[in-house]
Design a protein around this ligand. Structure first.
Ligand code: PDD
Length: 277
């Protein structure tokens, strides 16, 4: 198994991290998860664009060109003979004596990447999943794909403890997003999701769903919706790199629609499957 450490392709067992890496000490860094289907990266350009945007937002300098990162990833896929899975990549603000403020002199970012086999979640995609509502306690820059994920982790853990697939977060009345996904409702044939503000991560899957809706004359609106609207929706689904278009058939104790994936969700799953071919 090969991994990338600071641009070098090495054996995973030889990969080491300094104890004063800022990613490790502060979560001071950013990451991306890119899907691999049939040995090829899916929407790599979009993910890398967001990676550089996240870096910019926290003043982190990635001293690698987009094409370098892309070719590192392609080499990893090749070397590890990955067919279906993900590439994880992260960039931290580097190694420096611990102090909260940025290192004084220019310290190079730390860059690691690895692959993992991960099948498409076919059984869940077919049956739908249960979810749990949790208050969104995260910070106000959820648009940044930051390594700091404590809020997300605590939310997901609550879901896991209730045998739920995902935690749906809300700030007061307003539904924001899942702990690691975007949330969509369908009402009277219109797909609705939280606008891409500082309160959510603008998912690449979300953007693909938006695009296929536009191409297929499916009404799609970016608009805040409430917990009440969520519970009364005709259909609910989530979108993420690993989960694709995942039907949600239950939120807390409330069964959504008929308790099976709805027709719009099925249609979007089909359009999504065509898109990844
Ligand atoms: N989740 N919102 C949050 C908080 C996320 O962590 C993710 C990604 C998304 C969906 O973004 P995208 O469609 O670009 O994956 C939204 C990880 C990567 C996942 O579960 O796949």
């Amino acid at each position: 198994e090969k991994v990338i450490v600071n641009g070098e392709l090495i054996e995973r067992k030889d990969a080491v991290m300094d104890i004063e890496d800022r990613g490790y000490q502060f979560g001071d860094g950013i990451y991306e998860v890119i899907r691999v289907y049939n040995g090829k990266m899916y929407t790599a350009e979009e993910h890398l664009k967001r990676l550089y945007e996240s870096a910019e937002k926290i003043g982190l300098k990635i001293h690698y060109q987009k094409d370098e990162i892309k070719s590192h990833a392609a080499r990893l896929i090749d070397e590890n003979m990955l067919e279906t899975g993900i590439i994880y990549m992260q960039f931290s603000r580097g190694i420096a004596p611990r102090q909260h403020a940025f290192p004084l002199k220019d310290v190079a970012c730390s860059y690691i990447a690895y692959t993992r086999e991960m099948p498409r979640p076919e059984a869940s995609l077919d049956k739908g999943v249960k979810t749990l509502l949790v208050e969104d306690i995260r910070w106000l820059r959820c648009d940044i794909k930051s390594l700091n994920l404590l809020g997300n982790i605590l939310a997901k853990q609550k879901a896991a403890e209730s045998d739920c697939y995902e935690a749906i977060q809300h700030r007061g009345e307003i539904v924001t997003e899942g702990s690691s996904s975007n949330v969509f409702i369908v009402k009277d044939g219109t797909v609705m999701t939280h606008p891409a503000t500082n309160l959510i991560l603008n998912g690449i899957t979300r953007q693909v769903i938006q695009k296929v809706c536009a191409e297929n004359a499916v009404p799609f609106v970016e608009k805040e919706f409430t917990v009440e609207q969520l519970l009364a929706a005709d259909e609910v689904f989530l979108g993420s790199t690993t989960s694709e278009v995942m039907p949600i058939i239950q939120v807390d104790k409330t069964v959504i629609g008929e308790g099976v994936p709805g027709s719009m969700t099925r249609k979007l799953q089909e359009l999504f499957s065509q898109h990844i071919q």
